[in-house]
Each structure stands twice: as structure tokens, then as C-alpha cells.
Design a protein around this ligand. Structure first.
Ligand code: UTP
Length: 293
């Protein structure tokens, strides 16, 4: 049997330059989609998939993320005094259990690969999940839960992929498709930002991974790649030489909340999926669209 995936890493140490000045003093991962910070959505997705330990790789200005996943005693007392029991219950439901969170610092934002490397002592010698908090995936079943299903059957490393238009593949990591079916298949190769016309498929890597601990020594040895950063894809390409990788074409809709348009689209889509907000918001949205064009 494959060892269970118990731990998840959330890299939250990036500079979020595309969202300046919003991210000057506040981490990008605390930007809100409707009324929840981005990081809460991905932690919820991990918890639903059975993750028991949440490892955050933080940087400067990120203590607010630790505060978010801690008890706010004064707030709870006030809500209690005012009889706001539903709000209080919701806050408590979102809280990880005692001892379920760990934080480590990435001292300089040297790239995603480096952020993952910073979690090595907290992960130890077991496979783990990696979720990028600026990628939200909306769907009936969480993306990580779908990946763990595939992992339980295949073991090894698992990567979430989705289709994009062929002309856009040069902006992403792209995978080559081997044996399997339309939804779950073995990955034959990985290319980071392929030259136009050379991509092995139109399936791109999408911000959710299940990785074996053998990735850590490879990251440790990894030279700095594109943009002077330690790239996760470069280490995964090395790991592919000795271990299998499975691609999961998940069901769900992705929002790249690291880009302004993706973030705004996520707010619209998540608001329209909320029965308490959707009716009023839909009317408002219609009015805006009619008068804006
Ligand atoms: P991004 O490249 O999307 O985030 O990394 P960024 O660098 O913060 O954003 P821009 O491009 O400057 O606007 C994806 C995830 O990896 C984390 C980020 O915090 C984000 O959640 N990350 C990135 C790190 O933790 N450390 C890094 O060195 C780089």
C-alpha cells in the first residue's frame, strides 16, 4: 500500500509584485475572494482531502497568516457576548486543530523550488502535498482529493494538469502524455515554458502536486534557473529519471488569483456560487455590465 498523504505545504513567501501596492504590507495569500482569504480556500481543500498537518513557508510581513489560523480571544469573547453564535461557529470550524500547523521562514524569495526546500525538515521522509494558494479550483470535489484518489492507485508523484489553448503553452510548465485514460495518465516528459510550437501537449501544470521526499536532495543541488530562482519544475524533471509521475486532469474550474483578472473572475464566480449573496450580486453585476459596455 502507498503511504498516506498526511502533510501539505503552502508556500506563502512570494513578494506578490503583480498586486502591488495591495501586497506592500499584506501578503497576497490574504487577499479575499468574497469574504475568505485565498489561503483559507486552499487549506479547506487540503483538509477535505484528509490532510492532517499544514506546513506554511512564510516570509517577512506574513505573521498575519499565523494570526489568521490562531484563536482571536477578544474577538471570540465579543461575538459570544453579542450572541453572534453563527459567526463564532464559522470561525471555529475554519480553525486547524491544536498542533496541526507548522511555520517555517523562507529567508529570501528565491523561487517556488526554494520555498518547498525550506519545508524539508517539517515534512521528513514521507510523500506530501503541495498547494499554491494563489490558484483556486472551484468544483464539486476538491482537486487534491481527486489527486489523492489517483495516488492511492498509482503511488509515486502526481501533478494536477489542465488544458489550455495551444498558443498559450509557452507561458507554463507543460507535460507529455503517456499511458492511461483521458483523466489519469503517466507523464512522459515535462517542459517549462516551451518555445511556441514545440510543446508536447496542451496540458499545463496547475498548482497542485503530490511529491515524494526524494525531491528535497534534488532541490538542494538545484542550480538557479529562469529569473535567478530555484525552479520546482527543474527538480521534478530530475526526479522523473528515477520515479513515475502521474497526471490528473481534474474536474473543476481554475482561477489564477496571482493575476488581477483571474482574481477578479474568482470573486465573481465564488460570489455567484454563494446562495446568500448570489441573487443581489447577480442583479448588480448585470447592471454594471449593461452600463459599462
Ligand atoms: P508566484 O510566482 O505566483 O508568486 O508564486 P509571487 O512571486 O509572490 O508573485 P508575483 O509574480 O511577484 O506577483 C506562487 C506561490 O509560491 C509562493 C508565492 O507566495 C505564491 O503563493 N512563493 C513564490 C514562495 O513562497 N517563495 C518564492 O520564492 C516564490
Amino acid at each position: 500500500m502507498n503511504p498516506p498523504i498526511r502533510k501539505a505545504v503552502f508556500p506563502v513567501a512570494g513578494l506578490g509584485t503583480r498586486f502591488l501596492p495591495a501586497t506592500k504590507a499584506m501578503p497576497k495569500e490574504m487577499l479575499t475572494v468574497v469574504d475568505r482569504p485565498l489561503i483559507q480556500y486552499v487549506v479547506d481543500e487540503a483538509r477535505e482531502a484528509g490532510i492532517e498537518h499544514f506546513v506554511f513557508v512564510t516570509g517577512r510581513n506574513k505573521t498575519v497568516i499565523e494570526d489568521h489560523f490562531d484563536v482571536q480571544v477578544e474577538l471570540e469573547l465579543t461575538l459570544n457576548e453579542r450572541g453572534k453564535t453563527i459567526a463564532l461557529e464559522e470561525l471555529r470550524r475554519d480553525m486547524p486543530l491544536p498542533g496541526q500547523t507548522s511555520y517555517t521562514r523562507q529567508q529570501a524569495p528565491l523561487g517556488l523550488g526554494h520555498a518547498v526546500l525550506c519545508a524539508r525538515e517539517l515534512i521528513g521522509n514521507e510523500p506530501f502535498a503541495l498547494l499554491l494558494p494563489d490558484v483556486l479550483i472551484q468544483g464539486e470535489k476538491g482537486c487534491l482529493a481527486q489527486m489523492i484518489e489517483a495516488y492511492n492507485a498509482s503511488g509515486g508523484n502526481v501533478i494536477a494538469v489542465e488544458e489550455t489553448e495551444p498558443e498559450k503553452t509557452s507561458s507554463y510548465g507543460v507535460v507529455g502524455v503517456g499511458e492511461g485514460d483521458d483523466r489519469v495518465f503517466s507523464i512522459t516528459e515535462m517542459v517549462e515554458k516551451p518555445e511556441p510550437g514545440t510543446a508536447p501537449s496542451n496540458l499545463i501544470i496547475t498548482g497542485r502536486y503530490i511529491l515524494q521526499p526524494e525531491i528535497f536532495p534534488l532541490l538542494l543541488r538545484q542550480e538557479r534557473g529562469t529569473g535567478g530562482e530555484i525552479q520546482l519544475t527543474d527538480a521534478m524533471i530530475q526526479l522523473m529519471k528515477t520515479q513515475p509521475f502521474t497526471g490528473v486532469r481534474f474536474e473543476g474550474r481554475t482561477f489564477d488569483c496571482g493575476s488581477k483578472s483571474g482574481f477578479l473572475a474568482a470573486n465573481v464566480a465564488y460570489a455567484l456560487a454563494r446562495p446568500d449573496i448570489a441573487p443581489a450580486f447577480r442583479d448588480e453585476l448585470r447592471r454594471i455590465i449593461m452600463t459599462a459596455s
